[in-house]
Structure formats: C-alpha cells, structure tokens
Write a protein that binds this ligand. Structure first.
Ligand code: ADP
Ligand code: MG
Length: 697
C-alpha cells in the first residue's frame, strides 16, 4: 500500500495495533488470527453475536444454562476445602444461587463481594449437581454503578490469545480514532436508504442494542457493505473509463455481409440475439474500444452473434479473430462458422497448434496480407509470429473458464481492436457485476425455440446395470449417448484410468465398434478421431472425461450419463447436460450418484431435475455453496469483502455499480467534493488499483 498521499487524519487507523489500549506485541500478533493488522481492520471487524444483559428480577426468569443479570444480596463466603472452588452464596428476588471462583484470591473477593452488601452480577448461570451457579461473573458492581453494564454486549470473532474483554478494550480505543469523513455516496441515495454517515455507521455497528442490530440489513451495516461494493465498483468503473478513453477503431460496417447471412439462415434470430447484435455493432462503430461480455447459456445462440460481429469487422475492411480454449472447440466453431461465412463470400481459416511447416507459413502470409478475413483457432492465434493486416475484432470464447490473461494478450495483436468475451456459464448477476464490472455485458437470456426439454433422472450407482441395459436398447434404436466419467482426483492420469476402465466394460456390454473413448491424456489426433467418429455416428456411445464439456455439438446425441454426479459443480452438470437436447429427439440425462446422498447434495442435484434455466441453477448454486466455490477462488478476480455479502446483498452490488458509473460520468477525475471523498474511501479501503488509475489520469 502506498503511503504517500494518504490523508493524515487516516494515519492513526493504519498505525500499528500496539498503539491501542491494552495491545502489546503479543496481542497484536494474536489479532492476525482474525485478519486484523491495523486499527482500520479492527473497526471493520463487526460483531458476530451479542449477549443480552438486560436486568431480570431473578435467575428464574432465565432459561438455564443462560446469561443472567440480576441484583443480589451477598451471603456467606465458602472457602475451598482442598482443591475445590471458592463459593459465594447470593440471593436474588426469588431464589438463591452461588457465585463460583476457581483459583480465587480471597482478599480480592472479600472486597468485591462483602457479605450483606447488594451487588448486580452478570454472567452465565448453569445448573451443577442441581445447584445454580454463576462461575466467574463477567460483571460485579454495586447497584448505583450497575448502569455501566451494557444491556446488550457485542461478541466478536476471537482467535488464540484474544478475549472478548481485551478485544472490547482495543475496539473502544480504535473507535476513538475514527474520523468524520465527507460523504462519497449520492445524498439522495443516503436519504432514501436512511443510511448514517460513515463515522456514525461505524460507531453504531459496534454498539448493538438488541439482537436485531446484528442483522446485515440494518442501515448502518448496509451502508458499510455498500461502501465496500462502491469502492470496488468505482475501481472497475475507473478501469472501464480509462479503457473507453483509449482510441478504438471505428468499424462501421455497411451491413451487406450480415444481410447475406441473415438471408441464408434457416431460422429467425431471437430477440435477445438481435439486442446483443445491436449492442455490439454500436460499440464497434463507436470511437472507443469495445470491452464486452456476451453471456449466454449453452445453446443460446452465441455463435450467430459472434459471426455478425466478425462480419462487421470485415465489412469495415478489416479482420476478426475468434479464439477457443481447446482445439476440439476451435474446430467446432470453425465448422459452424464456415458455411455461413462462405455464403457471405468471406474467407475464413483455422489455425491451431497442429498447423506446421509450409501450410502454417502460407496461412500466416495470407493473414498478414489480409487475404484471410476471419481466423478461428486456439491460443495459437496469438503466438508471436501471427500478424494481422488489420485486426479489428478479437473474440475470446471462454466457455466456462474465467481466465482474463488471454483476453489481455490477444488484444495486444491489434492494439485498439474491439474485444468480445463469450461465456457459456450463466453467472449470477451479483458475481458478474463483481467480476466483470469493468465490462459491458450483453446477455442472451432467451433460448431459440423448438428445443425439446431434457428429462433428468437421479439414479444410485448400484443400479448402473439397468442404465447399461437401457443404453443397449437406445443404441439399437439408433440413438447416441455420452458417458461422462468424473474428475476424481488431482491427477488426470487417474481420471483417464477410470475412463479407460469404463470404456472396456461398456465395450464388453454393448459391442466393440459401438463405443468410443476421449480423455485429456490422449494425443490430439486420437482425441479428434474419437470426436469425429462420434459426431459422424460411427460410434454410438462416447465415454469421456470432462473434456467434452467445452462445447461439442452432436445433435443426434440424446442421452447423457454422468457418473458420480455428486462430485461435480452444478454449473458443470448443467453444461454437460446442455450437450443433449440439441436435436428433435426427446433427451435424457442420468445422474449417477453414490448412495447415500447427503442433504445438501440431494438439494443440489434436485435443482437440476427441476429446471434447465442456467441462471436459476447458478443462483441456487451460489446460495448453497458461496461465491468462492462457485467460480473457484484464486483466479476468479473476485473481491474479498469484510462486511458486504455478495450472495445475500446482490441488489446492493447493482446499486453500487450504477452509482459508481454515475459519479464518474459527472466527475471523471473525482475532483468534486463527493469525488474527493470517494478518493478518501479508496485510501480507507486500500483500493490501490483505483489510486493508480487516478494518478495515471
Ligand atoms: P451457443 O454457442 O450459445 O451454445 P450455438 O450458437 O452453438 O449456441 O447455437 C446452438 C444451436 O442453435 C445451433 O445449432 C444454432 O444453429 C441454433 N440457433 C441459433 N440461433 C437460433 C435461433 N434464433 N433459432 C433457432 N435456432 C438457432
Ligand atoms: Mg457454441
């Protein structure tokens, strides 16, 4: 974190923890256990629970064991006999009980609890051998000082070496360092939501008065959650604004090639496809550089949208490139695009790692001359020796992957080329906002008509023989099936072995010529052959590891069997299931699971039976598993929030994005009073990237 430029009134919040009351080097170290390294971290660590210390007449009013705060008359002190505890008998309004102290200091207890005096005591009461006891009361005070006992006390997460008391003391000291800060949120929004100002919100969340104050939906907690999301979205919005300022290429096609393709189509584009095409054409015709995400479930029809974008680049006199994550998928894209592109009179070529020697050389030369107008391939398309005559559009098909590295490298080929990223994973809106907030998004949320729904069945592995019997009948009827073996271990070799084993058994059961095999360990040529044999109907059953997930299109395949489905993520299962139901025949997806199935696993798999809506599946998956698990943690680029909850506060994230973009539109340099406050927020929440973007201007 750069320190230069940080407003000096924030410095105490970023000082060492040992500047706080009661915190020495040892405790400071212990705080690391709860992710706290500075007073700032501490004040943003919110209570996770609370203790009710409302005064009651008697411990009889409390369900035991439970927390009780009662006024008592102190009775007899009973000193320990041998190694037992020190006991003090007390009597509240209705009953008597004992205060219990281990390793007690007698003189101290005599002063604290003189026999015959009145005291207010607060602590946990438990029954022990039928006798009510309060061991080591948290508070013991004379009645006239008892107002010092909070009616409701916050409880914080602890780690080894920390106590609630010590933490409360450090917190009080840290809270005294919290400055008033100018408002960075639009005032109308603050008013509408009834949010306190930042400092007031911080103080409030640490002073809950009742259990309800611990809810994430209190105005104070909401505001602090919003602050985090806002800072994140503002960072993304700054990146986006900087991106948009970069000179782009104006690719305004005349529509002549696109019209030819439209005329050749055997169907009408969906409304969602039309909308996405218009959004993309708008971006490509504008002087800024397009940075757009095209999101659409498997089968939503992204290919057509992509083709139209590529043709726009060609109409404008330039070239377009489309990159897929695997050679199988690249080949499929190429096969899908080629007839339509050629119908429009456009030259399209494919480039993969398998291209070698003279053929590769001549392709590269044609590309450099501009004779190839559309290039499709794997990451081979952005190797160093690949030069374009006039690259105007780069499309990256990420499928289910969330890589961002390749996006960036590919764009280096055409310094100002428009960028379109396609993903087939329906990402819940909140995650897509968090992860792709710097991009513009087109969503294909409408499926082409005429799809037959897929029937999904959950079958325990014990009944696998019945599944094989069904398969035999289906194959005899001319149907085709995928059989997916799971990713069992860390090692791909192991998965390949499992797949080989299944392959052997299915061949034995169904016949040698009928069954094919594809997995990641096979040489590319063999993989391709297995895929082609299946696509062309020479094999009827394709045993595969998850390599087939990345988008093969075999319309005749109408059965999908997934082994150990309980091991897969929901999104992945949804993707796999999307491989069938592409043709006219009724399709089936069989999810084999290892019985017995746990509650969560059952709930997850049942969702698949209920719906084929990828967005709904993604939302449910998110609710069950949490964001990190849904997209995989490290490389996901997801922010880590202290307070905000992406799963449950999706609405706030959307609000944060529109607020952030609106602020930057009004005040691109963040120089207005509100903008300057937002810069303070960056310092406060250590949004280094935002600060860098701002200083880069
Ligand atoms: P995605 O890439 O989004 O998974 P595709 O672009 O591969 O989907 O389209 C899946 C299938 O649907 C293809 O066979 C395609 O020709 C067909 N298709 C695309 N758009 C439409 C439409 N509007 N109406 C009917 N069929 C369509
Ligand atoms: Mg596709």
């Amino acid at each position: 974190m750069p320190e230069r430029g940080r407003p000096d009134y924030l410095w105490p919040l970023f000082a060492g923890l040992d500047t706080l009351d009661g915190v020495g080097p040892k405790t400071a170290k212990a705080f690391e256990g709860i992710g706290v390294e500075t007073p700032r971290d501490l004040v943003l660590t919110l209570p996770t629970g609370g203790v009710d210390r409302t005064r009651k007449p008697s411990i009889r009013d409390v369900a035991l064991p439970g927390m009780a705060t009662v006024e008592v008359t102190v009775g007899r002190h009973r000193k320990p006999a041998g190694r037992g505890p020190y006991r003090v008998e007390v009597e509240d309004a209705q009953t008597s009980f004992q205060l219990v102290f281990f390793h007690a200091r007698e003189d101290y207890l005599a002063r604290l609890l003189p026999t015959g005096s009145r005291r207010v005591v607060s602590g946990k009461v438990e029954l022990f051998d039928g006798i009510a006891q309060m061991a080591h009361p948290d508070h013991v005070l004379p009645p006239d000082e008892a107002s010092a006992i909070p009616g409701f006390e916050p409880v914080y997460p602890l780690a080894q070496g920390l106590t609630q008391k010590g933490l409360a003391r450090a917190m009080a000291s840290a809270l005294s360092l919290v400055p008033h800060l100018g408002e960075w949120i639009d005032l109308p929004l603050v008013d509408e939501k009834g949010w306190p100002a930042w400092r007031a919100a911080v103080l409030e969340v640490h002073a809950p008065q009742a259990p309800g104050d611990l809810s994430p939906n209190t105005p104070a907690r909401q505001r602090l959650a919003f602050d985090e999301m806002f800072a994140h979205q503002l960072t993304l919005a700054l990146a986006r604004a900087q991106d948009r300022r970069k000179r782009g290429i104006v690719s305004e096609g005349d529509g002549r090639l696109r019209a030819r393709v439209m005329a050749a189509l055997p169907f009408k584009p969906t409304g969602a496809q039309m909308r996405a095409m218009e959004e993309i054409a708008g971006d490509m015709g504008a002087p800024h550089r397009m940075n757009r995400l095209l999101q659409g479930d498997v089968g939503a029809g992204k290919t057509l949208v992509a083709l139209m974008a590529l043709l726009t680049a060609v109409e404008a006199g330039g070239q377009g490139v489309m990159m897929a994550p695997t050679s199988i998928l690249a080949a499929q894209h190429y096969a899908g695009l080629k007839p339509l592109a050629e119908a429009a009179g456009v030259v399209i070529a494919q480039l993969t790692g398998q291209d070698k020697g003279a053929e590769r050389k001549s392709k590269l030369a044609a590309l450099k001359r501009g004779d190839i107008q559309i290039l499709v391939g794997t990451h081979a398309v952005f190797q160093d020796d690949v030069d374009f005559a006039d690259l105007r559009l780069a499309i990256v098909d990420e499928q289910h992957r969330f890589g961002v590295r390749e996006r960036i490298r590919l764009s280096d080929k055409g310094a100002a080329a428009d960028m379109l990223v396609m993903t087939a994973t329906p990402i819940p809106r909140t995650l897509s906002l968090a992860q792709y907030g710097d991009m513009d998004v087109s969503v294909l949320d409408e499926k082409p008509p005429g799809r037959t729904p897929v029937t999904t069945a959950l079958v325990p592995t014990g009944r696998i023989d019945e599944v094989v019997d069904h398969l035999r009948v289906a194959v005899a009827e001319g149907k085709q099936a995928y059989w997916v073996c799971p990713l069992v271990g860390e090692s791909e070799t192991y998965d390949a072995t499992a797949a080989e084993e299944r392959f052997k058994r299915l061949r034995a059961a169904l016949g040698d010529d009928v069954v094919g095999l594809v997995h990641g360990q096979l040489p590319p040529a063999e993989k391709d052959r297995a895929m082609t044999d299946f696509a062309e109907g020479r094999t009827r059953v394709l045993v595969a590891t998850t390599v087939i997930e990345v988008g093969v299109d075999v319309p005749n395949a109408s059965i999908m069997v997934i082994e150990q489905a309980d091991l897969f993520g929901l999104a992945q299962l949804h993707q796999l299931r999307g491989r069938v139901g592409r043709g006219a025949a009724a399709s089936t997806c069989v999810l084999l699971y290892r019985a017995p199935l746990g509650e969560t696993a059952k709930r997850r798999l049942s969702i698949l039976r209920e719906t084929e809506d990828g967005f709904r599946i993604a939302e449910e998956d998110l609710a069950i598993r949490g964001a990190g698990d849904v997209i995989g943690t490290a490389q996901s680029g997801l922010p880590r929030f202290r307070i905000a909850d992406m799963e449950r506060q999706a609405g706030l994230m959307a609000l944060a994005q529109s607020a952030a973009r609106a602020l930057l539109t009004r005040d691109p340099g963040l120089q207005s009073p509100q903008g300057q406050s937002a810069q303070v927020l960056f310092w406060l929440l250590e949004q280094d990237k935002a600060l860098k973007l701002l200083s880069a201007g």
